[in-house]
Structures are given as C-alpha cells and as structure tokens.
Design a protein around this ligand. Structure first.
Ligand SMILES: Cc1cc2nc3c(=O)[nH]c(=O)nc-3n(C[C@H](O)[C@H](O)[C@H](O)COP(=O)(O)O)c2cc1C
Length: 358
C-alpha cells in the first residue's frame, strides 16, 4: 500500500539505498501554478547532513521533475518527482537480516517478506521515503495557497524540553525555518539543540512533538464517516516512520476535562462565527469548523543508537549483542517538521477536492 488519497493521490516509490526516492502525484488540477523552486525549498528543509542535530549522511536532494509540470503549471497528468540517492553505504545492513535492530522493522519485515525485502538503509521503511511525501505535499500546498489555506508545523517538544509560547503564525513561520530544530521560540530552540547534542554524545537519542496548525480552511471540509479530517489526517501522520501518537485540540487531555470546560462556546467576531476556545482542534463531527485546525504528532526517540543492545539471531534463536553502526539522526523530530507540514497539505487538498471546494 504505497498510495494515499482519493482525488489527490500520492504514491511514493524508491528505497533508502536504491537509485532514488520520490512520488507520483495524481489529481492536481490542470493549469495550477506549481513552482519547482517551492518544492525544492521544502525538500531542503528535510535534507540530511545540514546541521549538528541531523544525520551526517550527505544528500543534495536535488529535485527532478519527470512529468506533470510544464512551463510552471500542472498539466493534469501524473506529476512524477524524485531525488537521487548518492551517499549510500549499505555495508552495515546485511547483518540485520539475521540479527534485527531493536526499534526497527527488521524483524517483522524479515518474517513477512522471507528476507527478500530491500534491507539496505532500512529500504522502504526508511525515513528517506518521506522525501516523496514532501514532494507531493509541496505541490498541494501551492494549490491550497490560492485558496488562502496555509500550514505551519513546529517543534514544541524535544525530550523533556517543552515550549508553550504562542508565536503569531507569520513570525513563527520565519523562526521555524531559521533554526535547525524547527522551533518557533529561539531560546527554547537553543536548549533543544543542546539536548540533542548531549543525547548523541551519550550514545542515545531523543523523541519529541511536532504541532501543526492549518489556517484559512472553510467550514465543512471533511468526508465523514471514514473520511473525517481526523481519520484521514491521522492515517497520514501514522504512516510517517517513527510516529507514535496523534492528537487533535485538547486530545488525550479531553479525557480528564468536564464538558463545561471542554465545549468550545460560540460567539460572533466581525460577522464570523468563532469559538472562544479551540479544544476541538478545529474539527467537529470530522468537519472543519472554520477555527484553526490544530494537531500534535508524537515521535519516538530514534531507534538507531550507538550503544550496545541486546538482540537475537533469528535463525539460531540465540541471544546476540548488537552495535548499530551507520549514520543516523540523533532525533527524528527536526527533519520530520516539513514532512508533517507538507503531508498535511496533501490530506487537506484531497478533502477539499472531494468536497467540491476547488
Ligand atoms: C525524516 C525521518 C528520518 C529518520 N531517520 C532515522 C534515523 O536516522 N535512524 C533511525 O533509527 N530512524 C530514523 N527514522 C525513523 C525510522 O525510519 C523508523 O522508526 C523505523 O523505520 C521503524 O518504524 P516505526 O518507528 O514507524 O515503527 C526517521 C524517520 C523520519 C520521518
């Protein structure tokens, strides 16, 4: 299952250490203005090897558009875009077919595919597959922008460093793009960077939380029952490697609130129906309310750590000590920020197309 969407569909292809990774996108309205520079800029935010908190794997991730965009406009045919894999070293990975790495897909994949899967660099389970999501999402966000729908993902937690600072959307966007952890608060960003570097020095890793905000969505976007905004968005988010939780608005916190506190009460502001609070995260009954869509995505700490870990030889069924070599992100979260933001754009465009909003 490598395709996602109903009217705006993204199919991702490639593998971490194969020739390339990319996406085939169908359903982009013909004639839509699509800038390859915008797609490249989004890819650059995800590209490895650009900061001390990222894997040292060096990839330029230069976008190649094979079809579907001509003269800066969507042709209506499939948009195929890819980036080549260049800095590939698969030597460490052979061993993991027999001795699976804790926290990776090695063991269940070996059983499911009988060891025939592409195991190099994590193959199709690698975080590198998300380059395709960024390509498909960066096309979608350009179509959404024409309808004044804008998205922003930001890091709000790394390990136990948390920010609750509310930074206005446009200021946050600038700061998020200017620091290497994607946090809208500069001071907290520095603390997050220090925490990641420290965890890495201790041969360990950290997780964290990405918050995503979507503004400008008209009321009524979403296709309940199973096409509700929450259902489809979380299916997309849970497809991103390393994601362990998704919550909208007050999320799990709602469980301990009373109805009187949780209900978002209506009022009218400048002729528009709004709510004073947004515990719903901008979604009721699976439909957009016109308030900002707000959700949070929890990432686990990176599985590959340089410490010795216990595993087993799945053929001999004997215990083995394992040291994971290779190059890894000490924390997935900073590079996942553009993945969350752009893949969310693909979901919203699909639901808007389905609902006849475009
Ligand atoms: C952008 C991105 C980069 C990632 N980089 C790494 C990495 O360097 N090392 C690692 O162990 N996991 C990394 N991951 C996560 C793994 O791919 C993922 O944890 C693993 O395939 C198991 O899948 P699961 O965590 O979804 O169960 C990355 C994920 C993303 C989204």
């Amino acid at each position: 299952m490598n395709e996602f969407g109903v009217k705006y569909r993204i199919g991702i292809f490639g593998s971490s250490h194969g020739p390339c990774v990319g996406a085939k996108v169908e359903g982009c309205p013909a004639g839509a203005k699509i800038s390859e520079a915008v797609i490249q800029a989004e890819l650059d935010r995800r590209t490895p090897g650009r900061s001390p908190v990222s894997t040292p794997r060096k990839e330029s991730d230069k976008l190649e558009i094979i079809s579907g965009i001509h003269g800066g406009r969507a042709t209506g045919g499939p948009i195929v875009g890819l980036v080549k894999n260049r800095d590939v070293d698969s030597s460490a990975y052979e061993a993991f077919l027999r001795v699976p790495r804790p926290g990776h897909a090695d063991y269940p994949a070996s059983v499911k595919y009988g060891g025939k899967h592409d195991h190099r660099g994590g193959g199709q389970f690698s975080g590198r597959m998300t380059a395709g999501l960024v390509i498909g999402g960066a096309v979608a966000r350009q179509v959404l922008a024409t309808k004044h729908v804008v998205l922003l993902a930001q890091t709000v937690q790394i390990g136990n460093i948390v920010t609750t600072k509310e930074v206005p959307f446009q200021d946050a966007e600038k700061v998020v793009r200017a620091n290497s952890v994607g946090c809208a608060d500069r001071v907290t960003a520095e603390r997050m960077i220090e925490a990641i570097v420290k965890a890495h020095e201790e041969k360990d890793s950290l997780g964290g939380i990405v918050r995503c905000t979507i503004l400008g969505l008209p009321v009524g976007v979403g296709e309940p029952f199973f096409g509700s905004i929450e259902s489809v968005m979380s299916a997309m988010m849970f497809s991103i490697p390393g994601v362990k939780g998704v919550e909208f608005g007050s999320g799990f916190g709602a469980a301990s609130m009373k109805g009187s506190a949780h209900n978002d009460q209506y009022s009218v502001s400048k002729g528009k129906i709004v709510t004073k609070t947004n515990n719903a995260g901008g979604v009721l009954g699976g439909l957009s309310t016109g308030m900002p869509i707000e959700f949070r995505v929890a990432f686990k700490p990176t599985s590959s750590i340089a410490r010795k870990q216990r595993s087993v030889d799945i053929v001999d069924r004997k215990p083995v000590e394992l040291e994971v070599k290779g190059r890894h992100d000490p924390c997935i979260v900073p590079r996942a920020v553009p993945v969350v933001e752009n893949s969310a754009a693909a979901v919203i465009l699909d639901l808007m197309l389905q609902g006849g909003f475009l």
